[in-house]
Design a protein around this ligand. Structure first.
Ligand code: 5AD
Ligand code: SF4
Length: 482
C-alpha cells in the first residue's frame, strides 16, 4: 500500500491487480468449487486505508470459522462483501459503482441465493439509509460489528435483511487470528488499535470508527511471533494514531506505551522488520524516536501527516499543532535518526485557504524533505465539524490546481532525494518478482523506497540482500546485488 509512488492515494480504490479481492486455492482444492457439496464461498473487496485491508482479514477469519471458503471469483460466491471507505466523496461513489456491478452478477445468477453485504466506514456512516438506497444490499455491518456477521448471514439466508452498526469502546478483535489474504508471505499488517479520538475537523473517521482503544500487547506480540515463524519478515503496526497506543496489563498494572510496544515487537526477532503507521505530529515522542534508533530492525521511515503548512489552517483543521511544532518534530527526527525518511498526507483547498497559505504548504514540504506524500484536495464530509462550521468555499478548479502544485513539487523532491541514493548500498527485503519482469526482484529499503534488481540464484522472497543503487526514477531505485 505504501508504495514509493508520490501520487498514490491510500484511500483511492486500487486498480484490478491491486484490489483487495481474496486470492485463493479454489483450483487446487476441487471440493471448494463445487456448491453441490454445500461449501459456501465468500468474495471480499476492500477499499480505502490499510486498516480496512487488515479488517478484511479479520472478517475472513470469522467466516472461515463458520465454514465459508474465500474465492477470488465473484461468479461462484454465495456471499459478496465490500469493505468500504468514506474518507472522501469519491471513495463512496466508487463503492456505489461496484455495488451496481454486483447487482449485475446477482441478476446473471438468478436461482442461486447470493447475499451482498456492505462493511466498513460507509456502512457506519449511512446505516439503514444504505439498505434503502441500495436495494440489493442484504446486510450492513460497521467496523466494530464483524463478530455478528455469521448471525446476519444466517438471517439473510432466511430472507431477513440485517444491520449492526453499533460502535464499541472495547472491541479490538485481539483474539482473532487474521486469515492472510492476497499475501506475498513476506509482509503483513498487524492492527494495534482502533478508532480515533482526535476530531480533525475535516475527518469522518471518528464518526465511523469510534473511540480510540488499544489492543492487548501480548496478543500483538503473539501475532508477530506467529508471522515470523510462518516465514514473514516484515510487519506494519497499524492504527489511526499509533503514538497514542496505551495498554494496561491487567495483572501487573504496568502501562505499555507505543515506544514500549515497538521495542517488544522489535525483540521478536532481529530479522523481522517493523514498520508502523500512522503517527500524529502532536503525539510522536522522542522516546519513540530513540526506540527506532536503538533497533536496527525498526525501519527508519515515518509517515507524519502534516495536512497543511499554515498555522491558521491547522487550527481550523483542529490538528492541535502549528507549523512550528511540526517543524520541530521533523528536526527532532533528523537529529535523532539522521537517515530517516518522512512522508506526509496533505490536503489542498481547505475552507478559506488563501493563496499565501497554500504557499506555506509548499514551503513546509521543502523544509521537511518528504520522500513521498499522499495528496488530496479537500472533500467536505457530512456531519464533520468543518461541514457544520466552515463554508466549503474554495472552487474545485482552485483546489485541483493547488493539488497539482503539491503533486509537482513532491515528484521533483522524490526524484532529487532518490538521486542522492545513487552509489549507496541498502539492505533490501525481497518481496517478490518485479511487476515488469520475472528475471528481476522487487523489495524495499528500510526507508521505504522500492528497489528493482536482477535476480541471483538461490535467493527468494523473504531474503535480505545488499543492493547497490545504480540509477533512479521518480518512484523507484534500480540496483544490483553486491
Ligand atoms: N478531504 C480530503 N482529504 C481527507 N483526508 C481525511 N479527510 C479528508 C477530507 N475530508 C485525508 C487526510 C488524512 C488521510 C487519511 O486522508 O490527509 O490524513
Ligand atoms: Fe481523521 Fe485526524 Fe483521526 Fe487521522 S487523526 S483519522 S485525520 S480525525
Amino acid at each position: 500500500m505504501y508504495d514509493n509512488n508520490p501520487t498514490l492515494d491510500p484511500h483511492k480504490p486500487l486498480d484490478e491487480s491491486q484490489q483487495g479481492t481474496v486470492y485463493y486455492k479454489t483450483s487446487d482444492d476441487p471440493s471448494a468449487v463445487d456448491p453441490e457439496k454445500g461449501i459456501r464461498h465468500f468474495y471480499i473487496e476492500s477499499y480505502g486505508c490499510a486498516m480496512n485491508f487488515s479488517d478484511s482479514e479479520i472478517v475472513a477469519s470469522i467466516l472461515g470459522d463458520v465454514g465459508f471458503q474465500p474465492t477470488r471469483d465473484v461468479e461462484i460466491a454465495d456471499l459478496i462483501l465490500i469493505n468500504t471507505c468514506s474518507i472522501r466523496d469519491k471513495a463512496e461513489k466508487n463503492v456505489r459503482q461496484r455495488l451496481r456491478v454486483f447487482n449485475q452478477v446477482k441478476k446473471r445468477r438468478k436461482g442461486a441465493q447470493v447475499l451482498v453485504g456492505v462493511l466498513g466506514c460507509m456502512a457506519e456512516r449511512l446505516k439503514e439509509k444504505l439498505m434503502e438506497q441500495e436495494k440489493l444490499v442484504d446486510m450492513v455491518l460497521g467496523p466494530d460489528a464483524y463478530r455478528d456477521l455469521p448471525k446476519l448471514v444466517a438471517k439473510a439466508t432466511e430472507g431477513q435483511k440485517g444491520i449492526n452498526v453499533l460502535l464499541s469502546r472495547e472491541e479490538t478483535y485481539a483474539d482473532i487470528s487474521p486469515m492472510r489474504l492476497d499475501s506475498n508471505g513476506v509482509v503483513a499488517y498487524i492492527s494495534i488499535m482502533r478508532g480515533c479520538d482526535n476530531m480533525c475537523s475535516f475527518c469522518v473517521v471518528p464518526f465511523t470508527r469510534g473511540r480510540e482503544r488499544s489492543r492487548n500487547a501480548f496478543s500483538i506480540i503473539a501475532e508477530a511471533t506467529d508471522l515470523y515463524q510462518r516465514g514473514y519478515r516484515e510487519v506494519t503496526l497499524l492504527g489511526q494514531n499509533v503514538d497514542s497506543y496505551k495498554w494496561e496489563n491487567p495483572d501487573s498494572k504496568e502501562l505499555v506505551n507505543f515506544a514500549n510496544l515497538l521495542e517488544m515487537v522489535a525483540l521478536v526477532h532481529p530479522d523481522l522488520r517493523v514498520r508502523f503507521s500512522t503517527s500524529h505530529p502532536k503525539d510522536i515522542t522522542d522516546e519513540v524516536l530513540y526506540t527506532i534508533k536503538k533497533y536496527e530492525n525498526i525501519c527508519n521511515y515515518i509517515h507524519l501527516p502534516v495536512q497543511s503548512g499554515n498555522s491558521r489552517i491547522l487550527k481550523l483543521m483542529n490538528r492541535t499543532y502549528d507549523r512550528e511544532w511540526y517543524l520541530e518534530r521533523v528536526r527532532a527526527i533528523y537529529r535523532i535518526i539522521p537517515d530517516c525518511t518522512i512522508s506526509a498526507d496533505i490536503i489542498t483547498g481547505f475552507c478559506s485557504e488563501t493563496e499565501e497559505e497554500h504557499q506555506d504548504t509548499l514551503s513546509i514540504m521543502r523544509e521537511s524533505g518528504y520522500t513521498m506524500s499522499y495528496m488530496f484536495y479537500y472533500s467536505e464530509r457530512p456531519g464533520t465539524l468543518a461541514a457544520r462550521k466552515y463554508p466549503d468555499d474554495i472552487p474545485l478548479e482552485v483546489k485541483k490546481r493547488r493539488l497539482q502544485d503539491v503533486v509537482d513539487l513532491q515528484m521533483e523532491m522524490s526524484h532529487t532525494h532518490n538521486q542522492t541514493d545513487i552509489g549507496k548500498t541498502f539492505k533490501v527485503l525481497i518481496e517478490g518478482d518485479s511487476k515488469k519482469s520475472d528475471q528481476q526482484f522487487k523489495g524495499r529499503t528500510g526507508q521505504n523506497k522500492m528497489v528493482i534488481f536482477d535476480k541471483k540464484e538461490n535467493l527468494k522472497a523473504g531474503d535480505y540482500v545488499e543492493v547497490k543503487i545504480n540509477s533512479v526514477t521518480r518512484a523507484t531505485l534500480l540496483g544490483e546485488i553486491v
